[in-house]
Design a protein around this ligand. Structure first.
Ligand SMILES: [Zn+2]
Length: 155
C-alpha cells in the first residue's frame, strides 16, 4: 500500500505520520480478523484520517467457521440487549421498593400516633368509670346514713 511507510524504528506509519493502529474487524465477511489501519477514526463519517489499511493475518476460517462466529456475535448482541433490559427492570423495581419503604415509614408514624391516641382514650375511659363508681358509692353512703338517722329517730 502506497500510503504506508516505514519509520526508522521499523514502525509502520500512515500518511498522517502516526503509527498504524492494530485492530480487529467484526464484519460478517471477516469476523475477528486482525488488521492495521490509520488510527484517526471518525465515527460520524465512518472514515479514517487516510486510507492506510493492511491485513495482519491471512483469512484462516472456513465458510462454516465464519458462519458460526457470526451467529455467536448475533447471540452476543441479543444477550447484551436482554441484559440491558433486565438492568432497566431492576432499576424500576429498586425505585418501586424505595417508594414502598417510604410508604411503610409513613404508615409506621401514623400507627404510632393512633396507638398513642388509643392509649389516651383508654385512660380517659378508666377515669370516667372510676368517677361513676365514686358517685354510686357516695349515693349508697348517703342513703345508708339517712336510713341510720331514721332508725335512730324512730327507735
Ligand atoms: Zn492516517
Amino acid at each position: 500500500m502506497s500510503s504506508i511507510s516505514f519509520s526508522p524504528s521499523k514502525e509502520k506509519k500512515c500518511a498522517c505520520g502516526v503509527p498504524l493502529a492494530r485492530l480487529t474487524g467484526w464484519t460478517r465477511e471477516n469476523p475477528g480478523r486482525k488488521f492495521r489501519s490509520c488510527k484517526f477514526y471518525d465515527p460520524i463519517t465512518e472514515t479514517r484520517g487516510c486510507k492506510a489499511f493492511e491485513w495482519v493475518d491471512e483469512p484462516d476460517g472456513t465458510a462454516w467457521q465464519t458462519k458460526v462466529i457470526n451467529n455467536l456475535l448475533l447471540d452476543k448482541k441479543l444477550m447484551k440487549g436482554e441484559v440491558s433490559d433486565l438492568k432497566r427492570e431492576i432499576d424500576n423495581l429498586s425505585g418501586q421498593r424505595r417508594c414502598l419503604l417510604n410508604e411503610i415509614d409513613s404508615l409506621k408514624v401514623i400507627n404510632k400516633a393512633l396507638s398513642c391516641d388509643s392509649k389516651q382514650m383508654h385512660m380517659e375511659q378508666r377515669a370516667n368509670s372510676l368517677n361513676t363508681y365514686v358517685v354510686v358509692v357516695g349515693i349508697c353512703y348517703f342513703f345508708f346514713i339517712l336510713g341510720m338517722l331514721l332508725v335512730i329517730k324512730l327507735g
